[in-house]
Design a protein around this ligand. Structure first.
Ligand code: SF4
Ligand code: SF4
Length: 135
């Protein structure tokens, strides 16, 4: 399909970080297969995204999604979204993924990342911090 005919990828704010840290691990086989496709497109293909303050395209294949704007870890993921939104001024609108993550990463510090991601079970075992701030 012509790239320009594709819809923007819908992402919730904290997934601007998770998609950078992602290195092939996830909640289920279906989730990982879908995540692989999305991340491949964001990193190398048509990188138009639309931010939503709700469940997004990655949530759509996640076993933890329990409904529209509902996740088994609702309080936690809403906090992640809220912090990313606040720190980086993210709005519910369209962006270019590779542009916005460049901007986010340039403002990211170790303390900010600890504050956003400290409660995430992937944080100690993932490449998130290394990929985003290089340490
Ligand atoms: S530590 Fe968790 S919330 Fe933070 S970027 Fe990684 S997967 Fe996402
Ligand atoms: S854990 Fe929750 S926020 Fe994360 S991808 Fe799954 S449904 Fe979405």
């Amino acid at each position: 399909m012509d790239e320009r005919e594709e819809e923007p990828i819908v992402l919730r704010p904290h997934h601007l970080l998770c998609t950078q840290g992602y290195s092939g691990n996830g909640y289920s086989t279906e989730f990982v297969e879908h995540m692989n496709e999305v991340v491949e497109r964001l990193r190398y293909g048509d990188d138009r995204i639309r931010i939503t303050f709700s469940t997004d395209t990655l949530c759509s294949c996640c076993p933890n999604k329990t409904g529209e704007d509902q996740c088994v870890s609702q309080d936690k993921v809403k906090k992640f979204d809220g912090k990313v939104t606040e720190y980086f001024g993210i709005e519910e609108k369209e962006y270019r993924y590779r542009e916005i993550i460049k901007e986010v990463d340039s403002k990211m510090t170790s303390d900010i990342m600890d504050d956003i991601c400290g409660g995430c079970s992937w944080y100690p075992v993932s490449a998130c911090k290394k990929n985003i701030i290089g340490s």
